[in-house]
Design a protein around this ligand. Structure first.
Ligand SMILES: Cc1cc2nc3c(=O)[nH]c(=O)nc-3n(C[C@H](O)[C@H](O)[C@H](O)COP(=O)(O)O)c2cc1C
Length: 255
């Protein structure tokens, strides 16, 4: 069973690609969180958890979802992270979750995908995106073949700098940087409510036809990058920047 979280579609693409190659059921964590109950999973096939990397770890929302869910059937858990370039020390924290839940950690793979953090960076252009997806498809095929063989994934994108710094940078990033305070809409907003549906925390509400952000936010960029009219800005840091949202459908032929 494949269980994924995605803010802007990259990880959804990865999860759907793996689902098709392995013929596994695919579940969306955002939809499950919106059910507001403890989830009990049952799968005879190993679990494959897919999520983006935020500040060199899985998003807190995904880590706590895993901690608060029950997994029956298979005791094996694989992890796939989409990222722009580095997965930091994410695997360490996922191993700990497996230990707590009595699951067997079957390894971790980082799959580079287009950068979506428009608040800090500019996303790659269309041509660069095509190249990134070609490489990602090869990586995802490797993940699927590893799962089929029952082997352990070993291709985390760790390096000597980001791995030890994760324990410092990740809490700093969430404490100092991740906040909904600077989100605002411009007069391009048509009050369609796409941002309301996109928020994994159900933190955005429409008042007089305009979105208002609550305090819960993980900076997944689903609201800002997914806005159909490009009406959402984050302070001045997103002004004039292209938005990135993956709407591709995977078509990978297994080798
Ligand atoms: C808040 C935030 C933090 C991020 N931090 C990292 C990071 O530490 N390392 C990295 O390689 N990519 C980082 N990224 C990029 C995303 O991991 C990457 O674009 C991912 O594929 C997005 O997946 P999604 O489209 O499924 O949401 C970050 C993105 C966001 C929104």
């Amino acid at each position: 069973m494949i269980i994924y979280f995605s803010g802007t579609g990259n990880t959804r693409y990865a999860a759907q690609a793996l689902g098709e190659m392995l013929d596994h059921e695919v579940k969306d964590i955002k939809e499950l969180i919106h059910q507001h109950r403890r989830i009990k999973f049952y799968s005879q096939a190993p679990y494959i958890i897919c999520a983006p990397i935020y500040a060199w770890r899985y998003p807190p929302l995904v880590e706590s979802f895993l901690e608060n869910s029950d997994f029956w059937g298979s005791n094996k858990m694989y992890f796939v992270a989409t990222c722009a370039s580095s997965t930091g020390n994410a695997a360490k924290y996922l191993k700990k979750i497996c230990e707590k839940k009595g699951m067997v950690f079957m390894g971790f793979a980082g799959v580079p995908m287009p950068e979506n953090y428009t608040v800090m960076f500019t996303p790659p252009n269309k041509e660069e995106q095509d190249g990134i997806f070609r490489l990602a498809n090869t990586q995802l095929t490797h993940v699927a073949n590893t799962v089929i063989r029952g082997e352990v994934l070993t291709n985390a994108l760790e390096n000597k700098l980001t791995k030890p710094l994760t324990a410092v940078i990740n809490p700093w990033f969430y404490g100092a940087f991740v906040s909904s305070r600077k989100f605002r809409t411009t007069d391009k907003c048509v009050g369609c409510g796409a941002c309301v549906d996109a928020c994994p925390y159900e933190s955005i509400k429409l008042f007089s036809g305009r979105p208002v952000w609550g305090t819960k936010c993980t900076h997944c960029m689903a609201c800002l990058n997914g806005c159909p009219t490009g009406a959402i800005e984050f302070g001045r840091s997103t002004k004039g920047k292209e938005r990135y949202y993956c709407r591709r459908r995977p078509k990978i032929v297994m080798k």
